[in-house]
Design a protein around this ligand. Structure first.
Ligand code: ADP
Length: 618
């Protein structure tokens, strides 16, 4: 290449540049952190390349980062002797935004400013932050590959950039920043030293400013907890996880057996997945005695912990092992298990000691804990302790867990009970709670569609069965107190039940009286095996709103003490066609209460017929 070539930035990149330059980042100094972080990555990549490649350009250079400031020319230079970039890499890395979700990102950016700040780091717009403070930026670079050439990339952050040949470059990248007048503070040695000290404490390579070394290469996770200030943890998290907000929780954990482990784990404040943008990936970096082995090791933590950030360091990991073999190794599995167990224990402790923080965690990441309960057999029982639901024991909005549920259980209650409904009010107005409340039994109120599935996968907790209160697995003793109202006599009940079964023949499998109904006239009872009410709701959830459900018959329970049932009995003798309409209508209502009314159209047309009957005699 002899002449400079001009390139247009990719359209999305232009948009991002525009946003970054004009509106975001109150905290301008962040660009220094971004560039040092890139330099550190480039050195890390070189170190790895050196393990496998013999021929490396400028192989005798130290792995270090050098900053220099020039007050008089308003320049800041950041140089690393890392991996460098070829022409293609320059175009790809600095001309486009690699992330496949950039479009979603741009859409999400329209939101509030605080959210924007935390989003921007995640999408790797790090380098572009330099354009907040600069009139022009030059990136001189020379790849580690022997037969490449030195290059200079230049842009003012507008629509385009130019690349030209630049002889005499050392390996790595040198970023020359021409600062805007407003930001000449970043060309001052003291200011830059302060910033670098703050962030470079976590860089695993020496960093110097104007020839003076400013960091001690020191891994925070290897230091003793009592010496580390909260701010240090926070700065480390922001640096390492590329985050803009402080973490919600942290666990600094060390062990000697069965494996030697030092780890520092963080839970972010927000669950980005909840915003429906993309799936998180495990970003807990794996180290061996401070040396980075893999920044994003696969298979270290189970899938449902993909929100975790931080580092794990173990001297038991062999340094020379390849990433691929590492990912399948027994050692990694073991390491993951020890840490996962410890982390679950930590969450459990937090739920007791720091309840408010835990509930914040539950709001953001509860869905992932549920995912763990439903999909990960290994940790299912431990994870179950972390579940939180609303309950009849508390007012609206307060959550409780299975352990405290068991503590509150009266001695004559055998099972853990739950009910699912669209919301708390819907469950409370249904027919199922009355019998349980009359007996002093607490019921967990599940309102997320996935909750019922989670409970069905769990099946039991501390040797107590977990069952849906509308299931026929629930056996209730006869209530001491009398039902209000007088019961139909045995003979009439038998007759009415038989008649109901015949009249509703393709809709019900059985008609029975039970111990469940007090104030309500009827309800549906399901068995929890396939075809039961619970299973049907889960199938419905999986199929989505428009899914067609095969017709199936249900168990119909009637309350022989209820005036409506008395009335139906009389009507059956006098006017059978009308009685049939009423019976169907009652069944419709019971199905609706159980969230099982698949198609309201039939019910509506039936209810018109009933109304017609009533009004015709007017
Ligand atoms: P991120 O670092 O999050 O990937 P950036 O926009 O900061 O996003 O950088 C984009 C890419 O440019 C990096 O992934 C890397 O490949 C390349 N890059 C940036 N700085 C350097 C550097 N100093 N040396 C080598 N490559 C670099």
């Amino acid at each position: 290449m002899t002449q400079a070539t001009t390139h247009e930035f990719q359209a999305e990149t232009k948009q991002v540049l525009d946003i970054v330059v004009n509106s975001l980042y109150k905290d301008k100094e962040i660009f220094v952190r971004e560039l040092i972080s890139n330099a550190s990555d480039a050195l890390e990549k070189l170190r790895r390349t050196q393990l496998t490649e013999k021929k490396i350009f400028d192989d005798n250079l130290e792995l270090e980062i050098n900053l220099s400031t020039d007050d008089s020319t308003k320049q800041l230079i950041i140089q690393d002797f890392g991996i460098g970039m070829t022409e293609d890499e320059l175009v790809k890395n600095l001309g486009t935004i690699a992330h496949s979700g950039s479009k979603e990102f741009l859409e999400a950016l329209q939101g509030d400013g605080e959210k924007n700040e935390s989003l921007i780091g995640r999408f790797g717009v790090g380098f572009y932050s330099v354009f907040m403070v600069s009139d022009s930026v030059k990136v001189y670079t020379r790849s580690w590959k022997e037969d490449e050439e030195g290059l200079c990339w230049e842009s003012d952050g507008g629509g385009s950039y130019a690349i030209e040949k630049a002889d005499g470059q050392r390996r790595g990248s040198k970023i020359v920043i021409q600062l805007k007048d407003d930001f000449e503070e970043f060309a001052k040695e003291d200011r830059i030293k302060d910033i670098v000290k703050k962030y470079s404490a976590f860089v695993q390579f020496p960093v110097s400013v104007n020839g003076e070394k400013v960091n001690t290469v020191d891994a925070i996770w290897l230091r003793s907890k009592s010496e580390i200030k909260d701010e240090e943890y926070e700065e480390f998290y922001k640096f390492q996880a590329n985050e803009y907000e402080a973490p919600l929780m942290r666990l600094h954990f060390s062990a000697d057996a069965p494996l030697e482990i030092n780890s520092l784990l963080f839970v972010p404040k927000r669950n980005m997945e909840k915003m429906g943008m993309f799936r998180s990936e495990n970003k807990v970096a794996l180290h061996c005695r401070k040396v980075l082995i893999d920044a994003e090791p696969k298979n270290l933590f189970p899938e449902w912990l993909r929100f975790l950030r931080g580092v794990v360091d173990s001297s038991d990991i062999p340094l020379n092992v390849s990433r691929e073999t590492m990912q399948d190794s027994e050692l990694l599995k073991k390491l993951g298990q020890v840490l996962t167990k410890r982390f679950i224990r930590f969450l459990n402790e937090q739920s007791k000691k720091e309840e408010a923080t835990y509930l914040e965690f539950w709001q953001e990441f509860g869905a992932l804990i549920k995912e763990g309960v439903a999909t990960d057999f290994t940790y299912k029982d431990d994870l179950a302790k972390l579940l939180r639901f609303e309950s009849t024991a508390y007012d609206d909005g307060k959550l409780t867990g299975l352990e405290s549920y068991i503590e509150r259980m009266p001695s004559d209650q055998k099972d853990i009970l739950f009910l699912f409904g669209k919301n708390r009010k819907a469950i409370e107005s249904g027919p199922y709670l009355e019998a349980l409340q009359a007996r002093g039994f607490e019921v967990l109120l599940l309102t997320e569609p996935v909750d019922e599935y989670v409970m069905q996968s769990l099946r039991e907790f501390k040797e107590k069965k977990i069952i849906s209160a509308d299931s026929d697995e629930l056996k209730l003793d006869k209530l001491e107190q009398d039902n209000p109202g007088e019961s139909l006599d045995k003979k009439s009940i038998k007759k009415l039940s038989k008649w109901l079964k015949e009249s509703l023949e393709d809709r019900v499998s059985e008609v029975e009286t039970g111990e469940r109904l007090i104030k309500s006239p009827v309800c549906i009872v399901g068995d929890d095996g396939m075809g039961g009410a619970s299973a049907r709701r889960i199938m419905k959830m999986m199929q989505g709103a428009d899914g067609e459900m095969p017709a199936s018959k249900v168990k119909f329970q009637i309350n022989p003490n209820h005036a409506l049932i008395h009335g139906l009995h009389r009507l059956m003798e006098k006017d059978e066609p009308t009685a049939k309409l009423v019976a169907n209508q009652l069944l419709d209502n019971a199905l609706a209460s159980a969230n099982l009314l698949d198609d309201p159209r039939e019910m509506i047309s039936r209810s018109y017929q009933t109304l017609e009957k009533i009004t015709s005699t007017a």
